[in-house]
Structure formats: structure tokens, C-alpha cells
Write a protein that binds this ligand. Structure first.
Ligand SMILES: C[S@@+](CC[C@H](N)C(=O)[O-])C[C@H]1O[C@@H](n2cnc3c(N)ncnc32)[C@H](O)[C@@H]1O
Length: 239
């Protein structure tokens, strides 16, 4: 294993390759369709100007990139990056099916080493991705680097709802039922056990906001969606 988690990185890439064919179906099913609403809410924060450029990191099957193209028809271009080719291939098929290949480009790249010059993008999004990145601080610093001064970073991620009743019910669903159901449908129970385990290891919304500030974001705002199942962070690169 590499010193900074290279072996873990390969395991994560292989895990996503394994579940790629059922990934979209399971997103819809396991979230009862809420995942679409979460992405729409995130993209609504983008304020992408006409002719603007957006980057979607950990784009997977390109749902956020597609949403950006739909919600900002006058944006120039949306670039999606991910290190898992089977996820990207499914994303490319979806983009081609809706005739948006001229506006959305997908590239294989790591979130921790983005192949773009500093100051390139107006907006950078990462949905359900940063939790999987081995070096999260480096991933956030890369988002910051590729944004133009004043550009916005939008981070959507699972969290752990705290309310006494809803929190307990949700934790039962997320930790017990979801791995079973996800395993049954995807044939990969480990991947759907990894999901709640990775959420419980992930920094709290306040800690994530702190990390964003450490790498140079300002005015970080946090929204809790659907009772705190998901949080949305928006920060601005210092001008
Ligand atoms: C849970 S999926 C999210 C996909 C998509 N953003 C969505 O909203 O459905 C996480 C994605 O992050 C990718 N990923 C994880 N670590 C990565 C890294 N270090 N660099 C690039 N992609 C990564 C995985 O390959 C996977 O496609």
C-alpha cells in the first residue's frame, strides 16, 4: 500500500467499478427518489454566469453535470472528472442520449490532482464524492486551486441526522437495512456496508466547514437537507 492510501484508493475505484451498472437505480431506490432533489438544491446554488465554466469532481455517472447543463443552459461548458472508468462510461452514455455531449466533457482524473490550471472554473461541485477521497484536505485544496477568485465550491454529502426519533429510525435504516437491500440488488454488500461506515468516519458538517476554510474558502454556508440526512456546503474562494 502506498504511504498516503494508494491501496485504499484502488480499492475504492474497484468498488465503484463493481456497482456502476446498478448505481443510478440504487440511488433512486435507497433514497426514495430524494437524491434528485438533493442534486437540484445543490446545483441551484451554482450561480453559473452566461458563458461560464463549471467543474463536477467525482462526477460518477454525471448526474450533477447533467443537472448543471439543464439548470444553466447559457453556461459555456461543464467538465466532469472521476477516477473510475466504468462510472464515466455510463455517464457519457447518458450525456449522449440527451444530446448534451457538446456542452459536457468527461475526463478520467483524481480529485487530489486535478488536471486543470489554477483559476479555470466559476463553480466546482462535488456530490457524495469528498467522503470517498483518501486525502480530503488535498481534494478540497484542489477544488480551491482550480476556481477563479470569488468562484463557488458546492459540496453535497451524507451526514448523520441527530433528532431522537427520526435520527434513531434513520440510523436503523442506514446501518442495517440499506446494506442488506443494496447488497441484494447490486450483488456487492461490502459496497453498501462501506456507505454507512464511511459516513460515520466523515467529518461533521462544522468540521468540514473548518477544513474548507483552512484551504482558502470564505463565507462557508451549511444547509441540512431532509432532516439532516444530507448537508450542503457552499464556500467562496477568496477574491
Ligand atoms: C458516490 S459516487 C458519487 C457520484 C456522483 N457525484 C453522484 O452524485 O451520484 C462517488 C464517485 O467518486 C469517485 N471517486 C472517489 N474517489 C475519487 C478520487 N480520489 N478521484 C476521483 N474520483 C473519485 C468514484 O469513482 C465515484 O464515481
Amino acid at each position: 500500500m502506498e504511504a498516503d492510501g494508494g491501496g485504499d484508493r484502488d480499492a475504492i475505484r474497484r468498488m465503484f467499478a463493481g456497482i456502476a451498472p446498478r448505481y443510478d437505480l440504487l440511488n433512486r431506490l435507497l433514497s426514495a427518489g430524494r437524491d434528485r432533489y438533493w442534486r437540484r438544491r445543490a446545483v441551484a446554488q451554482a450561480e453559473l454566469p452566461p458563458g461560464g465554466l463549471a467543474l463536477d469532481v467525482c462526477t460518477g455517472t454525471a448526474d450533477v453535470a447533467l443537472q448543471l447543463a439543464k439548470q444553466f443552459p447559457s453556461a459555456k461548458s461543464i467538465v466532469g472528472v472521476d477516477f473510475c472508468l466504468p462510472m464515466l462510461r455510463l455517464g457519457a452514455d447518458k450525456i449522449a442520449r440527451v444530446g448534451l455531449a457538446h456542452r459536457i466533457q468527461l475526463h478520467a482524473a483524481s480529485a487530489e490532482a486535478l488536471p486543470f490550471e489554477a483559476g479555470t472554473f466559476d463553480v466546482a461541485t462535488i456530490a457524495f464524492g469528498i467522503r470517498n477521497v483518501i486525502n480530503q484536505k488535498r481534494g478540497l485544496a484542489e477544488l480551491n486551486r482550480v476556481l477563479r477568485p470569488g468562484g463557488r465550491a458546492i459540496i453535497l454529502e451524507f451526514a448523520t441526522p441527530q433528532g431522537p426519533l427520526f435520527g434513531r429510525l434513520y440510523r436503523f435504516y442506514f446501518r442495517r437495512m440499506l446494506p442488506w437491500l443494496g447488497g441484494l440488488i447490486s450483488g456487492n454488500r461490502d459496497a453498501y456496508s462501506y456507505l454507512p461506515a464511511s459516513v460515520s468516519r466523515f467529518p461533521s458538517p462544522w468540521e468540514l466547514a473548518g477544513l474548507m476554510e483552512e484551504v482558502g474558502f470564505r463565507d462557508v454556508q451549511i444547509w441540512a437537507l431532509t432532516g439532516g440526512i444530507v448537508t450542503l456546503h457552499v464556500g467562496r474562494k477568496s477574491a
